[in-house]
Design a protein around this ligand. Structure first.
Ligand code: NIG
Ligand code: FE
Length: 398
């Protein structure tokens, strides 16, 4: 049965060619259509988009009562496969203890100790929590296993919930390798990667990621990160990088040089980093994770400067037990607007179209696209940041 959705006060299509001629800020970027309608086929594909006055008939109809509809959020950076509780670490940080990546070992121990079913239930609950807040597509990283078996297990469980899985064996050097870092890099780039990537079609991971952070004793320096990324690329994986989170460093430029799809955090950038990101526009997205700055009480990256310099900027949650245990893209959008100088339209675009591009996806509301939609209990997308903290947006089941 095809379904006609009406009562859409404002539809964000992410297709500038569709903008209905109004000149409010953001209309062009978001391809906004007012008083819109949509037809979705029985198998969940968008068949028609346009003004309600021109809508064709369908088998069934649903009136959304004057709400705004947006593309479902694409959360392109999460670490959902973990067990254990690090709330005390957060509390300590709020009274001055700095974040250095050392707490990852606590999550690694708890994750290794959890059963498959426990982990599966934890990840599924987190994905459901995201969907209830408007996220319809999620990337999930491994990285709290750090043995061959535990990394494979993490990716298998993630794979049950999303095709967008990322191998993060190079999250930190686990304690048992602390005195022989090179051996751990060899394990990640050798046996672990071989087991993860198997042959292309059956790969457990779409991408490989590395925590490139010379300011953490636990993470990887530029040379180690290069070795991980080059091995991942040779195995056919797309590249993602955690870079420049805790201080200035080589991560951003390395990601741009190697053609990574995304370099994430980008909290501490110098002019050369910004130039490299601008030159990599169309290939490498800068994914900002403002929930991390919130939860680690750090300075926010200057998204305004990046956008004005011509950088592709995405927003994601980084939902993880250490630096940001928030699964909320609406929260990240509100922070992006309030703290990073983005307009409401840029923030929504960054959490849908641009984050999608960093996963090789198209997130427009257009005929032929899957109906990955979210609905806001408000007449416009402006309410996402305006009504921060209020649960007004959710995935739309069609
Ligand atoms: O993206 N930076 C590395 N990884 C996570 C934090 C992981 C943790 O502390 O558990 C991040 O911030
Ligand atoms: Fe992360």
């Amino acid at each position: 049965m095809s379904l006609l959705l009406t009562g859409i006060a404002e539809l964000t299509t992410n297709d500038p060619a569709r903008a209905d001629g109004h000149t409010d800020p953001g209309d062009g970027l978001l391809g906004i259509v007012r008083d819109a309608a949509l037809v979705v086929s029985a198998d969940g594909v968008i068949e028609w988009v346009g003004p309600v006055a021109e809508a064709p008939d369908a088998d069934d109809r649903r009136d959304l009562g004057g709400r705004a509809v947006i593309p479902g959020f694409v959360d392109s950076h999460t670490h959902l496969v973990f067990a254990g509780d690090r709330s005390a670490e957060f509390a300590a940080r709020m009274t001055g203890t700095p974040y250095d990546g050392g707490g990852i070992a606590v999550s690694v121990a708890a994750t290794r100790a959890a059963s498959d079913d426990e982990l599966r239930a934890l990840v599924a609950a987190r994905v459901a929590e995201m969907r209830a807040q408007g996220t319809t597509t999620v990337e999930i990283k491994s990285g709290y296993g750090l043995t061959l078996e535990d990394e494979l297990r993490s990716l298998r469980i993630a794979r049950e919930l999303t095709p967008h899985t990322t191998f993060l064996g190079a999250h930190v050097v686990p304690r048992e390798y602390a005195s022989d870092r090179a051996a751990y890099v060899d394990l990640v780039t050798g046996p672990m990667l071989a087991a993860v990537a198997a042959d292309g079609a059956t790969s457990l991971a779409e991408s490989i990621d590395v925590f490139c952070e010379p300011h953490s004793a636990h993470a990887f320096d530029g040379d180690e990160a290069r070795a991980v990324l080059e091995a991942g690329r040779a195995a056919g994986l797309a590249l993602r990088v955690h870079g420049n989170q805790l201080g200035h460093g080589p991560g951003v430029r390395l990601a741009c040089e190697l053609g990574a799809r995304s370099v994430d955090h980008c909290t501490f950038l110098d002019d050369a980093d910004v130039e490299a990101l601008a030159a990599a526009r169309g290939t490498t997205v800068a994914t900002l994770l403002p929930g991390v700055e919130f939860s680690t009480r750090s300075p926010y990256p200057d998204a305004r400067h990046l956008i004005d310099a011509g950088v592709d900027v995405a927003i994601a949650s980084d939902c993880n037990p250490g630096t940001c245990y928030s699964s909320s893209i609406p929260f990240a959008v509100a922070l992006a607007v309030r703290e990073m100088g983005m307009t409401p339209a840029e923030a929504l675009h960054a959490a849908t179209a641009v984050s999608a591009r960093s996963l090789g996806l198209d997130r427009r509301i257009a005929p032929g696209q899957p109906a990955q939609l979210a609905v806001i209990d408000a007449p416009s997308h402006l309410h996402l940041a305006y009504r921060a903290g209020v649960p007004i947006v959710r995935a739309l089941d069609v």
